[in-house]
Design a protein. Structure first.
Length: 404
């Protein structure tokens, strides 16, 4: 008789977004005429930029010709894309990364979820709290945690590093060094960024203790302040302790097209085995790469026209972020983020849980956001709004919140 992976039974289900959908559906059924504005989702809304559409058309046409047809692509991704990534995302920032160290994939979600497979199941794992749920769930599935503990609101054995207003949403270095450390900056959900000296402290800590940092840079394009690193490899010594994941979703609208990449420096060696070689093996066995036409679209992200168009797209969302921050401040809320990230993380009014506040926003002003407690125990008392709406929706939502 076969058995199942019982670790899956520890998972809590996708409570957060299904509960939101349930409450919104119930409200709409009771108020069919209501104009509900969603500022809760993490998906982008602007169409794909013209330079990228042009590259897609060109690549599609190529595939229909005998000389342009491409079959299975190289397992690490096409050289043209890996070269463009290295030139623009690394060499231009003074980071010593080579195209052989880039693995092109079908998105950061897959990579941040799959990367734990190359590590032993006995490793201790640390995550920020609140946290993007994929890091936790995939480690639960792999058996690196105990059961979900309703008292702590987290999984036993997992090391949660609280990120709250008190520590500027930047976790303290744990007293006992974890083996695997997930960091995400700019952060989802808090919108916080990390300064270079603070990130350097993490790199030094990981090198000193033999830990690996799994660095999620999905929101790097939203960084607007000097002194905030776009890549962990801007820190000295990061080649020896860090893996970095990138997405084309939030900077270029590829949430539907699917494209991302992971960097594994060749210096990362564990007891004589290179992590690069393990991930190479993983890609060779269970390829989660992207189609040729999508990789050509990715190349266009780095063209001069593409860069100019995407700067405008990011600026569009960041104008929404500014409207939300200013509007919340005027309405008397304390809010964080929205300067280097498309997320605004606001403090719920005194005495209100994040779900209470969700219900109040939905029922009184028909605005949907995301309760902070859904991202972890330390998210209680906070609420996430996203800048991915249109200007019109965002302006209207903020006007309504001002009436609360
Ligand atoms: N990493 C973080 C922190 C995210 O918030 C998201 C999406 O919301 C992703 C990764 C997923 O990126 P992708 O669309 O490339 O899978």
């Amino acid at each position: 008789m076969y058995t199942i992976n019982e670790n899956y039974l520890k998972l809590q289900g996708s409570y957060l977004f299904s509960e939101i959908a349930k409450r919104v559906a119930a409200y709409k059924e009771a108020h069919p005429e209501a104009d509900v504005i969603r500022l809760g989702i993490g998906d982008v809304t602007q169409p794909i930029a013209p330079a990228i559409i042009e590259a897609l058309h060109k690549a599609v046409d190529e595939m229909g010709t005998p000389e342009g047809f491409r079959g299975y692509g190289p397992e690490q991704g096409y050289e043209f894309l890996r070269q463009a990534i290295v030139k623009n995302d690394y060499l231009a920032r003074g980071c010593d990364i080579s195209p052989e160290e880039i693995f092109v994939s079908d998105g950061a979600k897959c990579d941040v979820g799959n990367i734990q497979e190359i590590f032993g199941t006995d490793n201790t794992v640390a995550v920020c709290d609140p946290v993007y749920p994929v890091y936790v769930d995939t480690n639960v599935m792999a058996g690196r945690t105990g059961q979900f503990n309703p008292v702590t609101g987290g999984f036993d054995k997992l090391i949660y590093m609280p990120c709250t207003a008190e520590n500027g949403f930047s976790p303290k270095l744990p007293e006992q060094a974890p083996d695997l450390i997930y960091l995400c900056f700019p952060n989802n959900p808090t919108g916080a960024a990390i300064r270079k000296d603070a990130l350097q402290a993490w790199v030094d800590y990981a090198n000193k203790n033999g830990s690996v940092i799994l660095y999620d840079a999905a929101y790097e394009a939203y960084i607007s302040e000097e002194g905030v690193p776009h890549s962990i490899y801007e820190c000295e010594g990061a080649r020896g302790c860090a893996i970095e994941m990138h997405s084309f979703s939030k900077n270029a609208g590829f949430t539907g097209l699917r494209l991302g990449y992971t960097v594994i420096p060749k210096d990362l060696v564990c007891n004589g085995t290179s992590l690069h070689s393990l991930w190479e093996r993983r890609h060779g066995t269970r390829y989660n790469g992207a189609p040729y036409i999508v990789q050509r679209a990715g190349e266009a992200v780095y063209s001069e026209a593409g860069k100019a168009q995407l700067r405008k797209q990011v600026a569009y969302y960041m104008e929404n972020a500014r409207m939300i921050r200013d509007g919340l401040a005027q309405a008397g809320f304390t809010a964080y983020g929205g300067v280097n990230a498309p997320y605004i993380w606001l403090k719920t009014p005194e005495g209100m849980t994040s779900w209470d506040f969700f219900d109040r926003l939905l029922n009184e002003v028909q605005v949907v956001g995301t309760p902070g407690s859904g991202f972890g125990a330390s998210g209680e008392g906070y609420f996430r709004l996203t800048a991915f709406g249109t200007h019109e929706n965002t302006r209207e939502a903020i006007k309504r919140i001002g009436r609360l």
